[in-house]
Ligand binder design. Structure first.
Ligand code: FDM
Length: 189
């Protein structure tokens, strides 16, 4: 129709608990879109390649300690430092699939007891996703999958709290994909 929005790429966000299968599904979606001839990139947050990202990485691997609010703001800053690039890619027609975004920021920090509205505030002004895919898995099931890498948040009791935070954040625009559906689909491949 000549509408400028037709040529804009889409911002697709995948969210969920650790071990929910986000990374696998993000990769598949990326390959699928490229296979269809779309220009698509796969991003992830935290982006550990920047200097802010390195501070986050060191915190997650317990090599440094940070105040809960300080690390929250670093996670947010890590998204802000990529905003301009994200916007220009989308404008030029590239679709970006992101493994975790603002919802992770709010869900994980509020699971520590921080006020949810306080957690949301630094996310205001970041680009809004066109699609949020939430990979739903009971925390116990995710833990059974094994492979928790030993990072700071990777234990069942905390993941249960994160799951509750995600439930509080969840709105009607999210597409929820249940883990049993994903397991079933993978077996058919
Ligand atoms: N995480 C991730 C946060 O606490 N806040 C955020 O803003 C983001 C993007 O970091 F436990 C948490 C979620 C997870 C950890 O993520 C590292 P990956 O996906 O395992 O790298």
């Amino acid at each position: 129709s000549g509408d400028r929005s037709d040529s804009r790429g889409a911002l697709v966000v995948l969210e969920g608990l650790d071990r929910c299968g986000k990374t696998t599904q993000s990769n598949k979606l990326h390959k699928y879109l490229e296979g269809l001839g779309h220009s698509a990139e796969l991003w992830r947050f935290p982006d550990r390649t920047t200097s802010v990202g390195q501070m986050i990485s060191s915190y997650l691997s317990n090599q440094s300690q940070l105040d809960d609010r300080a690390i929250h703001l670093l996670f947010s800053a890590n998204r802000w430092e990529k905003r301009t690039l994200m916007e220009s890619k989308l404008k030029s027609g590239t679709t970006i699939i992101v493994d975790r975004y603002s919802y992770s920021g709010v869900a994980f920090s509020s699971a520590k007891g921080l006020d949810m509205d306080w957690c949301k505030a630094p996310e205001i002004g970041l680009l809004a996703p066109d699609l949020v895919l939430y990979l739903e898995i009971p925390p116990e099931k995710a833990a059974e999958r094994g492979g928790y890498g030993g990072e700071r948040y990777e234990h069942l009791e905390f993941q249960k709290k994160v799951s509750k935070s995600y439930q509080a954040l969840h709105d009607a625009s999210w597409k929820v994909i249940n883990f049993s559906f994903v397991d079933m689909a993978l077996k058919k491949l």
